[in-house]
Design a protein around this ligand. Structure first.
Ligand SMILES: [Zn+2]
Ligand SMILES: [Zn+2]
Length: 274
C-alpha cells in the first residue's frame, strides 16, 4: 500500500497496518508540500479532508499500487475557545479495486501549536520549554518582513536559533522575530503520536465489515445525546446512542453506549439541576 509522505509518517503508521491488516507500506515520493504547507509558504488549495484524499491518490499513482494511505492535519485556535489551540487530523485509506474510501478523523486533544513574537535579545526560553524544543521543531521568520518572506528551520542548536532570531528581527519592520511551532510530523513528536493513535483507529475500522454489504470499514460515525436522568428521566446532553455506519453502502445502525451506562447523574439534568 502506498503512503505519500516526506515527513516520516511511516514511523507512526507502518506497524498497525502491517501487523493488523498485513498491508506493508511503500513510501511514495510525492511532493506533498505542493498541496500546501503549515508555514504558509505554499497556501493550501483545499480543506484538509480533500487534500488528504488527493494525497492518497497521488501516492497510488506514483507507485502504481491500487491501495493508498495519506494523513493530513490542520491547526488553529479552537472554534469555541479561541485561546486554546486545537489540531485536526485526517487519515484516509483508498482501495481502487474495491472502490473504497475509509476515513478516520479526530480533534487532537493535545497539540503544542503556538507562536511567539519577540525582539532580538529577548529570552524565548520559557516558550521554548513549553512547546518542547528541541525535540519539537521551531520556525523563525520576520514578524513584518521588510522584503521577501524568509523562514529559518531546523534550529535545534541554540546558536542557530539565536542567530535566526537576530536575523529575522533585523529583517522585520517592527524589529521583532516571529517564532512558530514546526507542525511537520517528523519535527513534532506530539503530532506524530496523534497520527499513530488515528492509525490504530483506522485499522480497527477497516478490520470490521459492514453487517449489510460485507465491505470493510464499519465503525462509529457519531454519538447522539439523550441519556435519561436517574431521578426524573429527562433527556440530558450525555451520550445515549453510538451510531455506527458503513463506508461503502451507507448502512447505519445505533447501539447503546459501550460503557453500559443507562442513566445520567442528576447533576447533568436540566430539570433537577438547572
Ligand atoms: Zn432529572
Ligand atoms: Zn455496507
Amino acid at each position: 500500500m502506498a503512503l505519500a509522505t516526506r515527513h516520516g509518517k511511516d514511523q507512526a503508521l507502518g506497524r498497525p497496518f502491517r501487523f493488523a491488516l498485513g498491508l506493508p507500506l511503500v513510501l511514495a515520493d510525492v511532493d506533498t508540500d505542493a498541496l500546501g504547507t503549515f508555514d504558509g509558504e505554499r497556501p493550501r488549495p483545499a480543506p484538509a479532508r480533500e487534500t488528504c484524499r488527493f494525497k492518497a491518490e497521488q501516492g497510488m499513482a506514483a507507485t502504481g499500487l491500487t491501495r493508498g494511505l495519506a494523513s493530513e492535519g490542520s491547526f488553529g485556535p479552537h472554534p469555541l475557545l479561541p485561546l486554546l489551540p486545537v489540531g485536526e487530523e485526517w487519515l484516509v485509506f483508498r482501495d481502487q479495486e474495491q472502490d473504497l474510501v475509509v476515513e478516520e478523523h479526530m480533534l487532537a486533544p493535545r497539540t503544542n501549536f503556538s507562536h511567539l513574537r519577540l525582539a532580538a535579545g529577548a529570552d524565548p526560553s520559557p516558550w521554548l520549554r513549553r512547546i518542547g524544543h528541541p525535540s519539537h521543531g521551531v520556525l523563525v521568520r520576520a514578524s513584518v518582513p521588510l522584503d521577501g518572506p524568509t523562514i529559518w528551520r531546523d534550529l535545534d542548536h541554540p546558536d542557530d536559533l539565536w542567530q535566526a532570531i537576530r536575523r529575522a528581527a533585523a529583517a522585520s519592520a517592527d524589529g521583532q522575530a516571529l517564532l512558530e511551532t514546526d507542525m511537520r510530523a517528523h519535527r513534532n513528536p506530539t503530532r506524530m503520536a496523534s497520527i499513530r493513535r488515528l492509525g490504530f483507529r483506522l485499522v480497527r475500522r477497516l478490520a470490521r465489515r459492514c453487517p449489510s454489504c460485507g465491505s470493510p470499514g464499519f465503525g462509529e460515525l457519531e454519538t447522539l445525546p439523550g441519556l435519561p436522568c436517574a431521578w426524573c428521566g429527562t433527556a440530558t446532553v450525555l451520550v445515549l446512542w453510538e451510531v455506527l455506519g458503513c463506508s461503502s453502502c451507507g448502512h447505519r445502525e445505533r447501539q447503546p453506549r459501550r460503557d453500559g451506562r443507562l442513566q445520567a447523574d442528576p447533576g447533568h439534568c436540566p430539570l433537577c439541576n438547572p
